[in-house]
Design a protein around this ligand. Structure first.
Ligand code: AMP
Ligand code: GLY
Length: 426
């Protein structure tokens, strides 16, 4: 296999994990990441370029003879980074992993995603979609629904656009806040109101070339800041893979009712798609329903999913770009992988940066994936809310978690916090 230079876009734990796995790939010559973090600097060349600065990305791609680009976060995809490559003479033959703008709408618009599921008969919560023009119909719709009420800003709202409200009147007030007062800016000029589903959530990850697909290991993440799943939503405080309650029968239901029609639906709708589909699921009784689509890998789920894949990741991604996924079989490590995320004190609200991180060199038998870190005067310091994730393997999730907790205890920075109960519900 000819070795090539590869660029990863992003700066989180997800992207550090991509670099870690790609560094082991036979395909990789030189690895670049834009902008990267304090941990990626060990594996790749950090380029000081934002993920939405397409012109600078172009320059770096040409200058460094990049032959494969992996897009970590959703933002540049929704903003059309893949389309930008395709429409540029010098870039158009360089494969990008991540869908074009149209495919990215599955994450960029909740209404688009719901209509897609409805069209392709994919189980999801019942819904209605409303704008300022028909807000009265929105109020009527709420009156016909049962409490709690689920209100979702249609567009991207940095993970904050979903409200779950017990009281009908409060739900009406929030609907008005979203539609009339633009509570989430342009993202809430349209609102999807959904039936509330009760169950346990899990995530399914699929790599597709637009026609065929590989199913990656499932994972479960822990989104709330507090133990027992209490408190504010975060980007994710920990993750576990596999998910113990997905037996063979449930897995088959996910495949038949959700994954297969999703990939076929993209094909039928002429939505070109090379990249990851992250399907947020909820298990209601014994049946899976889709909560949401994301058009990228999850963070911190990537930190437990990629370590369980035995294949060469570079080969998988290149096969996706070259539409040859049907020829590939995925090999999965039987062990469990778990990750525990350490965050800055105060996160997800106000927190301080620039705290020196110590003890990293004492971690044994686990891998530390950096997220909000940077190098300052030769020292690794905090540079974000979610600072790092400690990933471990184990015979099952409880062994793996024990190891992650033993190791995260060795790391310190002022204000460090992590949840002590990842996997508590399994
Ligand atoms: P989302 O941004 O779509 O992932 O929604 C954020 C969170 O809200 C999800 O992870 C679920 O916990 C919850 N949620 C969203 N939609 C529903 C629903 N229809 N029923 C119950 N919970 C939901
Ligand atoms: N951990 C959830 C996400 O990446 O969206």
């Amino acid at each position: 296999m000819e070795k090539i230079n590869i660029l990863v876009l992003g700066s989180g734990g997800r992207e550090h994990t991509f670099c870690w796995k790609l560094e082991q790939s036979q395909l990789t010559n030189q690895l670049f990441i834009a902008p990267g973090n304090g941990g990626t600097a060990d594996l790749a060349t950090n380029l000081d370029i934002g993920v939405n600065d397409f012109e600078k990305i172009k320059k770096a791609v040409l200058q460094n003879q990049i032959k494969l680009v992996i897009v970590g976060p959703e933002d540049p995809l929704v903003n059309g980074v893949h389309d930008f490559f395709l429409s540029d003479q010098a870039l158009k033959d360089i494969p990008v992993i991540g869908p074009q703008k149209l495919g990215a709408t599955l994450e960029g618009s909740k209404e688009f995603a719901k209509a897609f599921m409805l069209r392709h008969n994919i189980p999801t919560a019942q819904y209605g979609s409303f704008t300022a023009e028909n807000i009265d119909q929105g109020y009527d719709f709420l009156e016909q629904m049962k409490s709690p009420y689920v209100l979702k800003a249609d567009g991207l709202a940095a993970g904050k656009g979903v409200l779950i409200i017990e009281d009908l009147n409060e739900a009406k007030i929030e609907l008005a806040n979203m539609l009339l007062d633009k509570k989430f800016g342009a993202a809430s000029s349209k609102v999807v109101i959904e039936e509330f589903l009760t169950g346990i959530e899990l995530s399914c990850f699929v790599l597709t070339d637009g026609k065929d697909h590989l199913t990656f290991p499932m994972a479960k993440d822990y989104k709330r800041i507090g133990e027992g799943d209490k408190g504010l939503n975060t980007g994710g405080m920990g993750a576990v893979s596999p998910v113990p309650f997905t037996d063979d029968q449930f897995y088959q239901k996910i495949h038949q009712r959700i994954v297969k029609p999703t990939i076929e639906g993209l094909h039928k709708d002429n939505i070109p798609y090379v990249g990851f589909v992250f399907i947020g699921l909820i298990k209601v009784g014994e049946d899976p329903y889709v909560i949401e689509y994301n058009v990228r890998m999850g963070d911190p789920e990537t930190q437990v999913v990629l370590p369980r894949i035995k294949n060469d990741l570079g080969e998988l991604l290149l096969a996706a770009a070259e539409r040859r996924l049907s020829q590939i079989e995925i090999e999965i490590d039987d062990r469990s992988a778990t990750t525990v995320v350490a965050v800055s004190g105060g996160y997800p609200e106000k927190y301080e940066k620039g705290k020196e991180i110590t003890g990293l060199e004492n971690v044994k038998g686990s891998t530390v994936f950096h997220a909000g870190t940077t190098i300052k005067e030769g020292k690794t310091v905090t540079n974000g809310g979610r600072v790092l994730a400690v990933t471990s393997y184990g015979e099952d999730h409880s062994f793996a978690l024990k190891q992650s907790y033993n190791q995260v205890e060795k790391i310190n920075f002022e204000g460090i916090y992590f949840r002590g109960d990842i996997g508590f519900d399994l």
